[in-house]
Design a protein around this ligand. Structure first.
Ligand SMILES: NC(=O)c1ccc[n+]([C@@H]2O[C@H](COP(=O)([O-])OP(=O)(O)OC[C@H]3O[C@@H](n4cnc5c(N)ncnc54)[C@H](O)[C@@H]3O)[C@@H](O)[C@H]2O)c1
Length: 371
């Protein structure tokens, strides 16, 4: 089992990563939290595989666990679902000396973390990520949120977990499409911060067809990639917990990615898929703006092409994507901000690129010319 310490100004916490460590959650948790009642929040795809294991282990660690299984999916990241959890916590009699365990992907982690941040002005919570995306990204760094009908993640807080326990073996039951979406997040870390990671992923992905890369990849190798990503995220969060500066580089791929998600009403792409398309588009924009050399642009786009992403949806217009871009919440005044690659392993913040070039990139993507 590997242990990585994530530090912020006011708090530091361990992230445990390994194979088959779900069985150890209880004993591991008892090193950070005294025995107490715990509400385990999960969803209907994850609970049948892992809830029993998790509950047994919590009992072994001296905790008194209760289980709440939600439907899952983005609709559950809502104030209504949060309210249901408050009710369950209150009715079960869980007080300030209790804790919450988020057993699931980013949806469960964001929701349960939000409830932990607000229930009785805050109770500790533990992230047990079961998707690749959640292991390398959403479980680390304390961004917790629910959606509002007017936009995603608009109601939330920065609230760090007490610990994170990521078991790579949990990825064995994850659907292939979800895995690829998580793999896109790993590629993102390579592009923004770690050329060696990018190159390792390049040789892995190009040698194995995307539909079965995880079956062929050695779990230990995957664990190494996850550890690398968590170290990078931890370092970024250490320098900029509240996303005032450095943490914004994690938004690489997100300006175009969010516009694609929003223009398709969050019903066509998985989040990681939209970000992956956004990364290819932002690499192309960087090359058009002469920030990125053509060879690096090609390498980034060809790696992303291997991720088996959905085709641009029929009927999605350039205008619809441009309109969605104009509502981007990362805008400063009227100006769009992009995180653009300046090489592999290096990105910069770029304000107000030429709107004709932005439109050209959207056209190329929608025509299928980009990849
Ligand atoms: N807080 C952050 O910093 C941050 C960062 C990135 C993304 N996010 C958020 O994360 C969410 C997306 O997270 P996600 O991609 O993990 O999606 P998710 O939580 O919806 O999980 C994806 C699907 O896989 C299923 N699943 C999860 N683990 C499984 C397993 N081991 N076996 C079988 N099925 C499993 C889930 O039930 C769900 O159907 C979005 O809401 C996004 O906004 C948050």
């Amino acid at each position: 089992m590997f242990k990585i310490k994530v530090r912020t100004d006011k708090k530091s916490y361990p992230v445990y990563l390994g194979q088959g460590i779900m069985e150890s959650i209880g004993p591991v948790m008892s090193r950070c939290l005294p025995a107490r009642p715990v509400l385990v929040v999960s969803d209907r795809n994850v609970a049948p595989h892992y809830a029993e294991k998790c509950l047994k282990s919590l009992q072994l660690g001296g905790f008194k666990p209760f289980l709440e299984v939600l439907e899952g999916g983005e609709e559950d990241k809502s104030l209504m679902a949060a309210s249901g959890l408050y009710e369950r916590l209150l009715k079960t009699g869980l007080d300030r000396h209790s804790a919450i365990v988020a057993l699931g992907g980013g949806v469960i982690g964001d929701l349960a973390g939000f409830v932990a941040a607000t229930y009785l002005r805050g109770v500790p919570y533990v992230q047990v990520p079961t998707t690749l995306l959640a292991m390398v990204d959403s479980s680390i760094g304390g961004k917790v949120a629910v959606n509002h009908p007017l936009g995603k993640n608009l109601i939330g807080a920065f609230y760090q977990p007490a610990l994170v326990v990521g078991d790579v073996d949990a990825l064995k039951t994850l659907p292939g499409r979800e895995l690829n979406a998580g793999l896109a997040e790993l590629v993102k870390y390579g592009i923004i911060r770690d050329k060696k990671l990018f190159e390792q992923l390049e040789s892995l992905i190009q040698s194995v067809p995307p539909e079965d890369w995880l079956l062929k990849i050695d779990s230990r190798q995957l664990l190494k990639f996850i550890i690398r990503a968590v170290l990078i995220k931890g370092e970024i969060v250490y320098f900029d917990e509240k996303e005032k500066n450095l943490r914004r580089i994690l938004n690489f791929g997100h300006t175009f990615g969010h516009a694609l998600e929003s223009a398709t009403r969050y019903a066509y792409y998985l989040h990681g898929e939209a970000v992956a398309c956004g990364m290819a588009m932002e690499a192309r924009l960087a090359a058009l703006q002469e920030i990125l050399d053509r060879v690096s642009q090609q390498r980034i786009i060809s790696l992303i092409k291997q991720l088996d992403l959905p085709r641009p949806p029929a009927g999605l217009s350039v205008n619809a994507v441009m309109k969605a871009l104009s509502y981007d919440k990362k805008k400063e005044g009227e100006e769009l901000i992009f995180v653009l690659p300046a090489g592999i392993g290096k990105v910069l913040m770029y304000k107000a690129p030429s709107s004709s070039l932005v439109e050209k990139v959207v056209e190329e993507y929608l025509r299928g010319d980009l990849f």
